[in-house]
Design a protein around this ligand. Sequence first.
Ligand code: C2E
Ligand code: CA
Ligand code: CA
Ligand code: CA
Length: 275
Amino acid sequence: AKAEGRNTLRFFEKGMDEPLQARQALKMELRRGLIQGEFELVYQPLMDLHENKVAAFEALLRWRHPGRGLISPAEFIPIAEDTGLIVPMGEWVLHEACREAAKWPGPVGVAVNLSPVQFRKQGLVDTVAAALAASGLAPHRLELEITESVLLQNSDANLAELHALRAVGVRIAMDDFGTGYSSLGYLRSFPFDKIKIDRSFVSDLPDDPQSTAIIRAVMALGRNLGITTLAEGVESARQLAALRTEGCDMVQGYFFGEPMAAGDVEQMLQQSPRI
Ligand code: C2E
Ligand code: CA
Ligand code: CA
Ligand code: CA
């Protein structure tokens, strides 16, 4: 019985240790990968439904791991956030995205995702300004995407940070709109340029009356507040048609293009595709 107890205990300890060890290992791997330049950005088009063409690209992070292949951000961003590595990683993303976008024709913009952890660290405004200066990208062509968790935590300081970013001339979008606790309150506390409606509200269009009602209400909200509306995760012509009917300003999703390598962006822009 004693031996069994010990085995049970050992099993338990092993079960507790393993995820921690795996996390620890991944953290070391992340740091190594960042130093060795294994991260890259892919870009997904954001389509303007009034002009019927590409307006911008969202930069999305990928890790090209030597042994494990391409790793999605859902796997490593949480660990990068826990360990603080998201700060140098995010700085690299800003510089890289601005450098790339500066090669694109004039009006085409770039959207960059910011982690709430980047707000807690001093110097975000300086980092953004430095990325713009180094690349020569006009500030209004950079859009920063934040989730409402930025305003949830440490809200006064983060709100001040958002205003300081706005003063640099960049645009601010609220990402994943509708998925959090009180998106509406945040629209009152900060004048966002754009709301990105989460794809969970788009996936059941046009057949689900609840989704249609929510989309309709969000479109009215955007119109009345003077905020650009963008629907994420558009995968079909029927979803697109429904969003047009409801007056959505912009769309993004596999229907228009999956995230692509930087070289493919330049090619796409040369062809200047219309919707
Ligand atoms: P997100 O900001 O909501 O980005 C949109 C995600 O939806 C992307 O996943 C994109 O590939 C995916 N997507 C686009 N169109 C469709 C569609 O039609 N259908 C479906 N099912 N999915 C679509 P991805 O690239 O795996 O990124 C996941 C998340 O990781 C992002 O969600 C964002 O929160 C985070 N992330 C990505 N890059 C960065 C980064 O540079 N910094 C930070 N802090 N977070 C990042
Ligand atoms: Ca985003
Ligand atoms: Ca999103
Ligand atoms: Ca998301």
